[in-house]
Design a binder for this molecule. Structure first.
Ligand SMILES: Nc1ncnc2c1ncn2[C@@H]1O[C@H](COP(=O)(O)OP(=O)(O)OP(=O)(O)O)[C@@H](O)[C@H]1O
Length: 319
């Protein structure tokens, strides 16, 4: 099926000891796009992706990769799918570059190993055995092994975990190139900046369920905030009167229509003020806090992020 989506999951359920860790999860990932499955630790991201890779059998629901069943059509899919497991999943006794050459030799039309080695900075540990590699080195090697066969779909489980910033950006650059070449990329991450920077489409998962999904830009602009809005976050003692604070912000020097502001206590002692935040907003908020004899231990201002989306939906932080 040449035009089938890269991946389709429909109502997938996976239980361990009777507990659904993937709970009626549906997802579609297109070719030539990056789809991120974003969620906190234990949300079920790895289990979901392992069902796509044919490493786990779902208890219910349908999984299709390139229009095929990952379990029944495993042989057919193997040369067309690249997999980077969270723990690397590499044999430990061989030297890094030897291993990559060996993997490349299994494919009909592999990428140039020297080019990948250069791109992912593998040369410095080419002769080191896999078991002696650092976590980040192992991750880079695992990524190289996942893409050397020119797959049509790539699964990346926490691809930049344990990497330094430079390696992380090399990985992101490579992922963008794969996308431009028409590869469908599905990655799991609990790093919201990774999802925001890379993904065309995001599925936010919590307790095995999709709690929000959409084009990344749409998710960031959904909800109460408008383009240009910022969120002021602060930490102070719990139980402050958020309605009173909103009233004060709304009647501040740069007053806006009431609906433009949202003030919430996202979790005990953590507050967010979203709207057209400007310097006078900060002055109003700090003056109000002083009146309440409340000392803010932290105050930050930023644009709305996927972290905020998660916080709004669950009342919890992503990490
Ligand atoms: N083989 C297993 N047997 C029993 N429980 C498991 C097994 N594998 C995973 N789990 C449990 O399933 C839940 C989801 O795990 P999973 O690894 O899919 O989450 P995750 O979102 O990938 O988390 P992380 O970001 O920590 O990797 C967790 O509570 C985990 O303990």
């Amino acid at each position: 099926m040449p035009d089938s989506p890269a991946v389709v999951l429909q109502d997938v359920v996976k239980r361990y000891d009777g507990r659904a860790v993937v709970d009626h999860l549906s997802l579609t990932a297109s070719r030539g796009a990056v789809t991120a499955v974003l969620g906190p630790n234990g949300a079920g991201k790895t289990t979901t992706i392992e069902c796509c890779e044919g490493l786990r059998a779902p208890d219910e629901g349908r999984v299709e990769v390139l229009g095929l069943d990952p379990l029944l059509n495993a042989r057919e899919l193997r040369p067309r799918v690249g997999v980077m497991l969270q723990d690397g999943g590499l044999p430990t006794g061989v030297r890094a570059l030897e291993m990559l050459h060996h993997v490349a030799s299994m494919y009909a039309n592999p990428r140039d190993v020297a080019e990948i080695t250069e791109r992912l900075g593998l040369a410095s540990f080419a002769r080191t055995t896999v078991r002696r590699l650092s976590g980040g080195q192992r991750q880079r090697l695992a990524l190289a092994a996942a893409i050397v066969g020119r797959p049509e779909v790539v699964f990346l489980d926490e691809p930049s975990a344990g990497m330094d910033p430079q390696s992380r950006h090399a990985v992101w650059e490579l992922v963008r190139e794969l996308r431009a070449d028409g590869v469908g990329i599905v990655l799991t991450t609990h790093l919201m900046d990774e999802a925001e920077d890379l993904a065309d489409h995001v599925y936010i998962v919590d307790h095995g369920q999709v709690i929000a999904s959409g084009a990344t830009a749409d998710l960031l602009h959904a909800g109460p905030s408008a383009d240009g809005d910022r969120t002021l976050r602060l930490e102070a003692r719990e139980g402050l009167d958020v309605d009173a604070l909103r009233g004060r912000v709304e009647s501040g020097p740069t007053a806006s229509p009431a609906s433009a502001w949202t003030v919430t206590e996202t979790q005990p002692g953590s507050y967010s003020v979203t709207g057209p935040v400007d310097p006078s907003t900060v002055a109003v908020v700090t003056a109000w806090l002083a009146e309440q004899s409340a000392l803010a231990s932290r105050l930050t201002i930023g644009r709305r992020t996927l972290e905020d989306v998660f916080l709004d939906l669950t009342g919890r932080e992503l990490r």
